[in-house]
Ligand binder design. Structure first.
Ligand SMILES: NC(=O)c1ccc[n+]([C@@H]2O[C@H](COP(=O)([O-])OP(=O)(O)OC[C@H]3O[C@@H](n4cnc5c(N)ncnc54)[C@H](O)[C@@H]3O)[C@@H](O)[C@H]2O)c1
Ligand SMILES: O=C(O)C(=O)C[C@@H](O)[C@H](O)[C@H](O)COP(=O)(O)O
Ligand SMILES: [Zn+2]
Length: 363
């Protein structure tokens, strides 16, 4: 079992990472949260069907009231209606300011449950129990949010979890598409911070169908390490935290324009990273073999082109609403080198010149 530590300005918390990490949860709660009388588990339909009973069994002797909210799976969980209904249930269950919320699921459940916890009675403690590879990123760092029609994660807060219990046994049931989605964020973390880790990934990960557990555990640990180091420097995204948004300017715009859930977050981020790499070569002097990168990720099953049903004007408009953007132009995270990110603002013409050839069926 690995125990990683996340340090932020006002909270330091552990990430327990390993097979059967969930077994550590009841002891942790009993020791540190004695005054909590009730717990609300928030999970989604698919994860609930697979793992809710296991979590209940683990908590059987905890001597606290257990309540459950089951929300729709995927991005459908990150809506205002679902958020509101979780708050209503929390009120009906009689949760108070000492109550705890447990987020059992992927990033969608974690973001939703974290936002419920951040706002219920002005903020109550919550725990992340990630069940996807992608959630190594979302469960750490305290960004919690729901979506708005106008943009991804537009309504949210910074609310750090009390602890993260990342039980790698959950990953066994993850569909390949979701493995792929999660690995996109790992590739992102390597590209923005760690050339050596990036070389390890390109050399060692040639297929996502049979990633061995040791490789996976190492990749997740490295990803959490990158995230933790950045969050430690800049919890509230006043500076370097924006680097974690590499690939997200276009990625979020694609998710928004296609309709949330039509493409996974990681699939969107991968197309966004290819675009950001292209922009980096053109506008930031990045010396990088993009063809080699595209061949590698293509072999891993990623799409690297913008879906042809989208149009450039809609994507430009969506990118202008990105949280990093403050003026009329569009703000991107680019790379000067692998491991050396930089923030750059580009105008419509600069963006379009590089974006138009990125549409599917256009060479
Ligand atoms: N807060 C952050 O810092 C942060 C970081 C990255 C991504 N995110 C957000 O995270 C979300 C994506 O998270 P995600 O990729 O985990 O998606 P998700 O939570 O939607 O899960 C993907 C799908 O896999 C299912 N699933 C989850 N665990 C499973 C398991 N163990 N076995 C089988 N099926 C399982 C879910 O029910 C869902 O249908 C996006 O909304 C994204 O914006 C947030
Ligand atoms: O933690 C961060 O900061 C990130 O940017 C991590 C991203 O992978 C994640 O998708 C995050 O939710 C995006 O944040 P947003 O502020 O662009 O909504
Ligand atoms: Zn992301």
């Amino acid at each position: 079992m690995e125990i990683l530590t996340i340090e932020t300005s006002n909270k330091t918390y552990p990430v327990y990472l390993g097979q059967d990490a969930l077994a550590l949860l009841p002891g942790y709660l009993k020791e540190k949260y004695r005054s909590a009388r009730s717990i609300l588990i928030i999970t989604d339909e698919s994860v609930g069907a697979l793992y809710l009973q296991r979590l209940k069994n683990v908590l059987a002797d905890i001597e606290k009231e257990l309540h459950v909210s089951v929300v729709p799976s995927g991005e459908k969980a990150k809506t205002f209606d679902v958020y509101y209904s979780c708050l209503t249930q929390a009120l009906e269950f009689g949760l108070n300011r000492k109550s705890l919320i447990l987020a059992l699921g992927g990033g969608a459940v974690g973001d939703l449950a974290g936002f419920v916890a951040a706002t219920y009675m002005r903020g109550i403690p919550f725990f992340q129990i990630p069940t996807t590879i992608l959630a190594h990123d979302s469960a750490v760092g305290g960004k919690v949010a729901i979506n708005h029609e106008a943009g991804k994660n537009m309504i949210g807060a910074f609310h750090q979890p009390e602890a993260v219990f990342f039980d790698l046994d959950f990953i066994a049931s993850l569909p390949l598409k979701e493995v792929r989605s999660g690995f996109a964020e790992i590739i992102k973390e390597a590209l923005i911070v760690d050339p050596e880790f990036y070389s390890w990934l390109t050399a060692g990960i040639q297929s996502l169908e049979h990633v061995d557990m040791q490789q996976l555990a190492y990749a997740i640990k490295m990803g959490i390490g990158v995230k933790g180091a950045i969050v430690k420097q800049d919890e509230m995204e006043n500076g370097v935290r924006a680097y974690l948004n590499f690939g997200h300017t276009l990625g979020h715009a694609i998710e928004n324009s296609l309709g949330y859930g039509s493409i996974t977050h990681g699939e969107g981020v991968m197309i966004g990273m290819v675009f950001a790499l292209k922009l980096s070569i053109r506008y930031s002097g990045l010396n990088f073999n993009l063809t080699t990168f595209i061949n590698w990720v293509d072999a891993l099953g990623y799409k690297t082109k913008i879906p042809s049903k989208l149009n450039a004007d809609d994507l430009l408009a969506a990118m202008k609403k990105d949280k990093k953007t403050t003026g009329r132009d569009i703000t991107f995270v680019l790379l000067d080198q692998v491991g050396k990110p930089v923030i750059k603002t580009l105008n419509d013409d600069e963006v379009l010149t590089e974006m138009l050839p990125m549409f599917e069926n256009k060479r």
